[in-house]
Unconditional design. Structure first.
Lengths: 232, 487
């Protein structure tokens, strides 16, 4: 096998081992080394040259970027997620049409990206990404989950959003679902402010899904803090 | 020209068939001479007129006529002639020779102008596309584009932009649009460098069409926002640009801008372009539904569009009533139409609007209604309808769609009384916006009065004036006949 390819594969094995051990620092270091080595291959985007090892190199690069994306979810770094996802996207759109076999994690990562856009309230980009998906992709549970979540969010059925946390298709979604829960809570608070003339504490606690009254009072204090500062 | 038509329709022996095609041939020769004079005098208007005359002749083009014309315009045996003639099918050999003999004896061999060569390419391409020979059209158009890259004359620009259009069309009809994207981008760069504004416009539209064909809205928007914009040279290109812009804006959830662009495109389009107007109207209807307004019935009853707009009419009905069940059944019934129009995702977004409309109706009709009843009326078919209904109503109140409050303890929704609207500032604001709109339209109309360039420079001689008046008469006749087959 090509010596460069062998080196990259070895390093990749080390990376996967570090991931399994949850050793985040080693993972990040090895990942940066891997990315530098990948620039040596000319069969990758944006050049897409037809070298003899092209398919092998492309598959390897795609695996590396998929792991990078999952790593960024684990450490909670949304910027890194965005960067790595953009690097990964050409492998799904351009390369797949020609030669690569489809990746098993493709739909999960696409669903993750949709969820991320929803959490960051970039609804326009969410819909643009949605247009790019074929109808078979839309049937996939990971993606369907994200789409239904967006619909419930738009309609205002926030309780459905919060209950969807139980029905995530895979564990990696948990990070974004937690962020979403926070956003939803703010939305519910905003709506309740306008809609209810009077609401008891126990009802409020139930609606906002707090487990105790203290948490609720803490939350209210945080909300009112900017108002208090202004009145001062 | 009417006499030619009558002659053709008679059950004619082969003699009169050949005698009718020379008159088409004569027309083509006239057009060729028009192009020559235009090229020598550097007047682009003549070339535009030549192209318009060609479009009128489009139906009458036949292989032998084209061969004869090629022999006339380009010296037979020269390289351009061989390249072009290779694309034409070899029919009726003896007829061709008869025509060749007459035409060659009539005209001396001349050195072909580049404009004439490009014009011949254009003719052959139109003929091939009309005959549905798409793969040959593809080959011919690629050859012509390669030839165009070497030419840098303003008089060729009009012909060039037509060629680009047919180039893209031939690739689209064979399903290979992605291949030419790189070429189109390079051509756009070249057109910008040469300040070829018509070419820039045409190529930008072709690129947008290319991206939108593959649903690449993100890239289309990036291109559109960075490309240089200027006053539209061609009405048809401007309409297309507005339509593509409207589509992009719709997907990006900017419905007000989208509605403006789409309605403008539908209005500016020529009456003959029925398919284009139908598409514009379909998207405009959906955008208006997404904005929360119901389009009037007259929109669906426009001439020639009733059948095509039927699914959208039923959809509008479902949204107007606010009935989720009906909406779902309509969406399923016409799902194939919606998928082929690529509006399927937008229809899914409409569900939210259906619920809002239903909620608004309920809030107006009931002063107090329990949330369980609201859920039943809206036909929310979810696991926990009452809690859903409560959240939905709360959001609607916050967004200002309905005027009500929720009583959580008793589980009902109480609507507020609507006060006297004339005592507020609302009427004044509405009047202000209407007046501003009318004034804007007036200003745009004044600005749109265009004067022909260089008109203040040279005094017209009597001959030029006669020619200009003749051109204007012809133009008026074309517009009146609505036979204008411009692309």
């Amino acid at each position: 096998m090509d010596p460069k390819l062998a080196e990259v594969s070895q390093l990749f094995e080390r990376f996967k081992a570090a991931c399994a051990r949850e050793d985040v620092d080693t993972c990040c270091n090895v990942l940066s080394k891997l990315k530098v080595l990948l620039t040596g291959f000319s069969s990758l985007p944006p050049l897409f040259e037809d070298t003899p090892n092209a398919i092998h190199e492309l598959t390897l690069a795609r695996d590396i970027y998929e792991h990078a994306v999952l790593l960024s979810v684990k450490i909670g770094d949304q910027d890194a997620f965005e960067r790595d996802f953009f690097q990964l996207k050409p492998y799904y759109t351009d390369a797949s049409s020609s030669r690569l076999p489809p990746s098993s994690q493709e739909y999960m990562i696409l669903g993750l990206n949709l969820l991320r856009l929803l959490v960051q309230n970039r609804i326009a980009e969410f819909h643009t990404e949605l247009e790019l998906l074929s109808s078979t992709a839309l049937e996939n549970p990971c993606i369907k989950h994200a789409v239904e979540l967006e619909q419930s969010f738009m309609e205002g059925a926030y309780n459905r959003v919060l209950s969807a946390k139980q029905t995530v298709p895979c564990k990696t979604y948990d990070y974004f679902m937690d962020l979403l829960a926070k956003t939803v809570r703010d939305e519910i608070a905003g709506c309740s402010e306008k809609a209810y003339g009077y609401l008891s504490v126990s009802d409020a606690r139930q609606m906002l899904l707090f487990s105790s009254d203290n948490e609720l009072l803490q939350y209210i204090k945080e909300l009112l803090l900017p108002v208090l500062y202004e009145s001062l | 020209m009417t006499e030619d038509v009558e002659m053709k329709e008679l059950p004619a022996p082969s003699n009169s068939a050949t005698s009718s095609s020379p008159s088409t041939l004569n027309h083509l020769k006239e057009i060729a001479s028009l192009i020559e004079t235009g090229a020598y005098a550097r007047e682009v208007r003549r070339i535009v007129r030549a192209v318009r005359l060609t479009m009128a002749l489009r139906r009458k083009l036949k292989a032998q006529v084209l061969c004869a014309f090629l022999n006339f315009a380009l010296s037979p045996g020269s390289e351009p002639h061989n390249r072009l003639a290779a694309h034409l099918p070899k029919e009726d050999e003896h007829e061709m020779e008869f025509d060749t003999a007459t035409s060659v004896s009539q005209s001396p061999v001349k050195h072909p102008l580049p404009e004439l060569e490009i014009y011949c390419y254009l003719l052959v391409l139109i003929y091939l596309i009309d005959q549905k020979k798409y793969s040959e059209a593809k080959a011919c158009s690629s050859a012509s584009v390669a030839r165009l890259k070497n030419l840098n004359r303003r008089t060729v620009d009009v012909l060039a932009s037509r060629l680009y259009f047919y180039y893209s069309l031939s690739y689209e009809l064979t399903g290979d649009l992605a291949e030419i994207r790189g070429n189109l981008l390079a051509l756009h760069r070249i057109a910008t460098l040469r300040h070829d504004e018509l070419g820039q416009e045409t190529l930008l539209n072709l690129l947008l069409r290319n991206y939108l064909h593959y649903n690449l809205y993100d890239q289309a928007e990036k291109l559109r926002s960075k490309a240089p914009r200027f006053e539209a040279h061609s009405n048809q290109q401007f309409c297309r640009y507005l339509f593509y812009l409207g589509k992009i804006r719709t997907i990006q959830l900017e419905y007000t801008d989208a509605k403006e662009s789409l309605l403008q495109a539908a209005r500016k389009a020529p009456v003959a372009a029925l398919g284009f107007r139908v598409q514009c109207n379909k998207w405009a209807i959906i955008v208006r539904l997404l904005l929360g307004e119901i389009p009037e019935r007259t929109v669906f009853m426009q001439k020639g569009m009733e059948n095509a707009l039927r699914p959208y009419f039923e959809l509008t009905n479902a949204v107007r009533i606010g009935d989720l069940e009906l909406f779902k059944s309509v969406a399923e019934k016409f799902s194939t139409t919606f998928s082929s129009d690529r509006t399927h995702n937008l229809i899914v977004r409409l569900r939210h609007n259906v619920i809002r409309t239903g909620l608004r109706n309920i809030s107006i009709s009931y002063s107090r209604i329990s949330l369980a009843d609201v859920a039943k009326k809206l036909r929310l078919d979810t696991a926990n309808p009452v809690a859903d209904a409560e959240s939905i109503v709360a959001k609607a109140i916050r967004d200002g769609a309905i005027d009500a409050t929720i009583d959580h303890a008793n589980g009902w929704m109480v609507s507020k009384e609507t006060g006297d609207i004339y005592s507020t500032n609302e009427p004044q604001i509405a009047f202000n916006s209407r007046i501003a709109f009318c004034l804007n339209m007036h200003n745009d109309a004044v600005r749109a009065l265009r004067f022909p360039p260089n008109s203040h420079k040279e005094k017209e001689s009597a001959e030029k004036r006669r020619e200009r008046q003749q051109q204007e008469q012809e133009l008026a006749k074309h517009i009146a006949e609505e036979d204008d087959d411009e692309f």
